[in-house]
Design a protein around this ligand. Structure first.
Ligand code: NAD
Ligand code: DAU
Length: 335
């Protein structure tokens, strides 16, 4: 198979490329990524010289290069990760979220339609809104109720993907996944920010009362869920993917502090995120019953592995925090 992976230089996309090349070494992967602040080719060092891997730097919101790429390569499958992904950034500056997440997705859909290329869209549980403590978890039938510019733009993208299935018969699948964590997680998100701050001896900013809840999934489990959907998912269907591992931010923070041997005096309670979604939780019954997928890594094991990864890969996150990682493309490709 020849896959187009968009956003493959980001957190989940790069983990997916590592997962896929290990499991299906005969497949060819073209990684289309703009290399925004969140794209880092250092995540892909292990595959960059493989004859079955190619990197293309381009913006999915630019229609022409996307069309050209589809015309010059015959893809069997698109796995679409590329997005602006950070809620706090969407609150400060939403324009680029609309450009990439909506217009970019639409450009890819239109190009995929010309060649009827199978399209897997990677989406988020945030499109369903916010749960109260006792509400049942989100499932595939939960009505959309996005509440941040990020989640609204992802919801729009999901609707466009479904529209291309119903209107034009494009073979699509969608996954709506809960919070991921693991290697190569960009240190603006809560876990990598807190782990790296603590490794640097800095305080960690917990929003509001620290009682917002997220459902955590180790990133490799997200990759195996996408794999199951690609291989056995039903065309036109959506699958909710989650870790069955709800933790309040304070609970998760306490585990991180414990793993790093630090005390709660490192926590700094700061102003809450505007419109902060209180709780996300996924009911992953459908993907379990229909595709036999379940998470393999427990929260305790995944968090331990993640903390160890950040301890062992100091250069990776220090380069990001200092801004040096953005020179890598130039060094590698001489552009
Ligand atoms: P990320 O921010 O780490 O990576 C995004 C990647 O997309 C980067 O490499 C970036 O350079 C690239 N990109 C951004 N704009 C682009 C553009 N216009 N053209 C081409 N490339 C562009 O994001 P992530 O956390 O890896 O998330 C990947 C996908 O998974 C996103 O669609 C996100 O909505 C979804 N998702 C994330 C999570 C999570 O917990 N991180 C959970 C569920 C779903
Ligand atoms: O649910 C899936 C989503 O998970 C993905 O769609 C998003 O792309 C991804 O970024 C993530 O969104 P969250 O907003 O849940 O992740 P974030 O790490 O930004 O925040 C997690 C929780 O931690 C949230 O309740 C806000 C809180 N937080 C976050 C940061 C960055 C803090 O308390 N302090 C912080 O410094």
């Amino acid at each position: 198979m020849k896959l187009l992976v968009t956003g493959g230089a980001g957190f989940i996309g790069s983990n997916f490329i590592h997962y896929w090349t290990k499991k299906y070494p005969e497949d060819v992967i073209v990684n289309l990524d703009k290399l925004t602040y969140a794209g880092n080719l250092e995540n892909l060092r292990a595959v960059e010289n493989s004859p079955n891997y190619k990197f293309v730097q381009s913006d999915i919101a630019d229609e022409k290069p996307v069309e050209k790429l589809f015309a010059s390569e015959k893809f069997d499958l698109v796995v679409h990760f590329a997005a602006e992904s950070h809620v706090d950034r969407s609150i400060l500056e939403s324009d680029v979220f609309l450009q990439t997440n909506i217009i970019g997705t639409h450009n890819l859909l239109r190009a995929a339609l010309k060649s009827k290329t199978r399209f897997h869209h990677v989406s988020t549980d945030e499109v369903f809104g916010s749960l109260e403590k006792t509400d049942p978890a989100f499932n595939e039938k939960t009505p959309y109720d996005p509440r941040s510019p990020y989640s609204a733009s992802k919801a729009a993208a999901d609707h466009l993907v479904r529209a291309y299935f119903h209107t034009y018969g494009l073979p699509v699948t969608i996954s709506n996944c809960s919070n991921n964590y693991g290697p190569y997680h960009f240190p603006e998100k809560i876990f990598p920010l807190f782990i790296t701050n603590l490794l640097e001896g800095k305080k960690i900013p917990l929003y509001g009362d620290g009682e917002a809840v997220r459902d955590w999934l180790y990133v490799e489990d997200h990759c195996s869920a996408i794999d199951a959907i690609i291989k056995s998912g039903k065309i036109g269907e959506t699958y909710c993917v989650g870790g069955n591992s709800e933790k309040s931010n304070r609970e998760a923070t306490d585990r991180i502090l414990e793993l790093l041997g630090k005390g709660e005096e490192m926590i700094e309670y700061v102003a809450d995120r505007p419109g902060h979604d209180r709780r996300y939780a996924i009911d992953a019954t459908k993907i379990k019953n229909e595709l036999g997928w379940e998470p393999a890594v427990s929260f305790e094991e995944g968090l331990k592995k993640t903390v160890e990864w950040f301890q062992n890969n100091e250069a990776w996150w220090k380069n990001i925090k200092s801004g040096e990682y953005q020179d890598y493309y130039q060094k590698q490709y001489g552009k």
